[in-house]
Design a protein around this ligand. Structure first.
Ligand code: F6R
Length: 238
């Protein structure tokens, strides 16, 4: 695992945007794995700016998001599809049909989950995956205790995650209790991974991810087994 220590959130965001921009610019075709949440928001701002300023051709850029809440339509303000459209996709020239977020309203969620893994395979796998980390060490919505061998699946969100994400909803009760998430097995097949962390709240999880035991109790620790992981984290998170 390579670690890049930066001073603050802004530097973390810029550094990551530069790396994603570089990957897009140097590839004829690229598949990106993308996160939502508070951590990558500014990274998307910088990236959109870089892509637009350089008139980047995004017709061969494909994206697969890490997760989506079960029970929310893509139009719901707190859905991850809506987040991605608002924060990034609508600001750049990527064809919408190249962008993928699991369908949290699918009637058969199991079928949706395996179709999502198939889609990633059909795209040729993920070239570069960007992700955040939860305070409890989750990546995507793989909560502590999730098997390392899981593909995309439906998961019950922990109280800690529901509480952390309630800031995006009117009321705590409105936060969905389940999500469709890319699984650790699927994520580990990505060619390269960038993990972003900012703020003291992530410090414990980041420390365990980098130096702790590789255990399903700390899902991000599996990244120690991946050959191409770059952690970009600010002082507070390290
Ligand atoms: C979001 C995701 C989650 C978040 C994590 C951190 O797509 O997969 O794992 O990265 O919950 O969230 P923030 O960035 O809001 O602290």
């Amino acid at each position: 695992m390579d670690t890049i220590k930066v001073n603050n959130y802004d530097e973390m965001s810029k550094k990551c945007a530069e790396k994603v921009f570089e990957k897009i610019s140097s590839s004829n075709r690229v598949v990106l794995g993308l996160p939502t949440g508070g951590t990558p928001e500014k990274m998307y701002d910088y990236l959109a700016e870089m892509l637009n300023e350089n008139g980047a051709d995004l017709s061969n850029v494909y994206t697969v998001n890490l997760d989506e809440y079960v029970g929310l339509s893509g139009e719901h303000i707190a859905s991850y599809r809506n987040y991605m459209n608002t924060v990034f996709f609508d600001k750049v020239t990527i064809p919408k049909e190249n962008t993928n977020v699991p369908n949290g309203l699918a009637e058969d969620l199991k079928k949706e989950a395996s179709a999502y893994d198939q889609l990633i395979e059909d795209l040729g796998g993920i070239d570069l995956m960007v992700m955040g980390i939860g305070r409890n060490g989750h990546i995507a919505f793989n909560e502590p205790g999730t098997s390392f061998t899981e593909g995309t699946h439906v998961t019950d969100l922990t109280e800690d995650t529901i509480e952390a994400n309630s800031r995006y909803f009117d009321a705590y009760e409105d936060v969905p209790k389940q999500a469709l998430t890319m699984g650790l097995h699927t994520m580990m097949k990505s060619e390269a991974i960038i993990l972003l962390a900012s703020g003291e709240g992530k410090k414990d999880a980041v420390e365990k991810m980098i130096n702790g035991e590789v255990t399903e109790e700390l899902p991000a620790s599996i990244l120690q087994k991946h050959e191409n992981v770059t952690v970009i984290a600010d002082e507070d998170a390290l």
